[in-house]
Design a protein around this ligand. Structure first.
Ligand code: MTE
Ligand code: MO
Length: 366
């Protein structure tokens, strides 16, 4: 089964890299393109597309929207092949949702783990416009015995431990595909998706680590079996060494986490009152508490600002009056409605996922 990606050409890696660096992103690797955002650039409402982190396993496909097709098949009563205009007829909806890479924070694990060495910035909060995955499944008519829905992207290449070329594929349970609020998105912040974020159509799965949100989507296949592709069963799996055995569990919902967006490490501020601001999110439940510690003081609750939608992140702020000048260390941690909070040391795991380390910023007051 293969939906049509048209003739596959790929983006010029140097150009895509330079564009990201010009926007202020920090580059991790040029080819494939991986870059993250310094948290200070996340200060504000929704994350501008130019500052949205980029995480790619392969070269970025350049697809032609006029020849692009989405094939919906497998265990469905009415298989479909949809062009972009046909897809849009399902009726667009918009939702603001956080996407965070499961590897965000990886560089803080001790001992070090292999993989992209993300700091804190493999995350963004954008407005996504697309059609509901649930509506497409209803139109296709999911048959009895269906268990999972497999999503395939147009990108492909070799992966570690194999010489084969594989496509980027991920699955969701039928229930998650239907009820998570998943969208087949064609716009990001009210503009068509840029190539690096999945043009012309990507999946966006709110409340799951961003690996679920397959870019350059070409195929949706309903299956009765459990999907065990590389990006499902070999990577994006926690492997915790516990009591002499290895406990494995696929990554799922983003762990609760706060970022300080202002001030930024290295800022020099007058020795006077100032505002600390930031964002916080969790895949499990809304953020209910953000606490800040300044210069080693006790944790103080910040004010939660505004009320985000169900999948957007929560802004917060706290005015502080620092006691003495000099270097001041600021920490922030979040807690969600499921009672989860940030640990000083998230549990080490072989591939370095779920690293919701507490964000620390250091400023100079004079
Ligand atoms: N087709 C495809 N989809 C993909 C990926 C990819 O490499 N190929 N990377 C995934 C991962 S691991 C992440 S974190 C997000 C990154 O999305 P972004 O680059 O739009 O920020 O896309 C996901 N979807
Ligand atoms: Mo990711």
């Amino acid at each position: 089964m293969a939906g049509s990606a048209g003739l596959m050409s790929t983006a010029d890696p140097r150009q895509a890299w330079q564009e990201a660096l010009r926007a202020g992103l920090a580059g991790l690797s040029q080819d494939p393109l991986n870059c993250e955002v310094p948290p200070a650039l996340l200060d504000g409402e929704v994350t501008p597309t130019s500052r949205f982190f980029r995480r790619n396993h392969f070269a970025i496909p350049l697809l032609d929207a006029s020849t692009w097709r989405l094939e919906v098949g497998g265990l469905v009563r009415r298989p479909m092949i949809l062009g972009l205009d046909e897809l849009k007829r399902f009726g667009p909806v918009s939702t603001v949702a956080v996407l965070e890479c499961a590897g965000n924070g990886r560089s803080s694990y001790v001992p070090a783990v292999q993989g992209e060495q993300w700091g804190h910035g493999a995350v963004g909060n954008a407005s996504w416009t697309g059609v509901r995955m649930a509506d497409v499944l209803d139109a296709a008519g999911v048959q009895r015995g269906a268990a999972e829905v497999v999503f395939r992207g147009a990108d492909q290449g070799p992966v570690s431990g194999s010489t084969e070329t594989i496509a980027f594929e991920r699955s969701l349970s039928v229930a998650d595909a239907r009820y998570s609020g998943a969208l087949l998105a064609f716009a990001m912040n009210d503009e068509p998706l840029p190539a690096c974020h999945g043009y012309p159509v990507r999946l966006v799965v709110p409340g799951k680590y961003a690996v679920a949100s397959v870019k350059w989507l070409t195929d949706i296949t309903v299956t009765s079996s459990r999907f065990d592709g590389f990006f499902q069963a070999e990577h994006y799996v926690f492997e915790w060494p516990r009591a002499g055995a290895v406990v494995r569990q696929p990554v799922a919902d983003p762990r609760v986490r706060a970022l300080i967006t202002a001030p930024a490490t290295g800022d020099r501020l007058p020795h006077a009152a100032f505002q600390i601001r930031g964002v916080a999110w969790s895949g499990a439940a809304p953020v209910t508490l953000v606490e800040v510690s300044v210069a080693g003081s006790q944790w103080q609750p910040a004010t939660l600002v505004g009320k985000p939608g169900p999948h957007g992140w929560q802004h917060w702020e706290l005015p502080v009056q620092p006691a003495s000048p000099g270097e001041v260390i600021i920490r922030a941690r979040a807690t969600d409605g499921a009672g989860r909070t940030q640990q000083t040391q998230p549990e080490w795991n072989r591939l370095g996922y779920g690293g919701n380390f507490i964000h620390v910023v250091s400023v100079l007051l004079r």
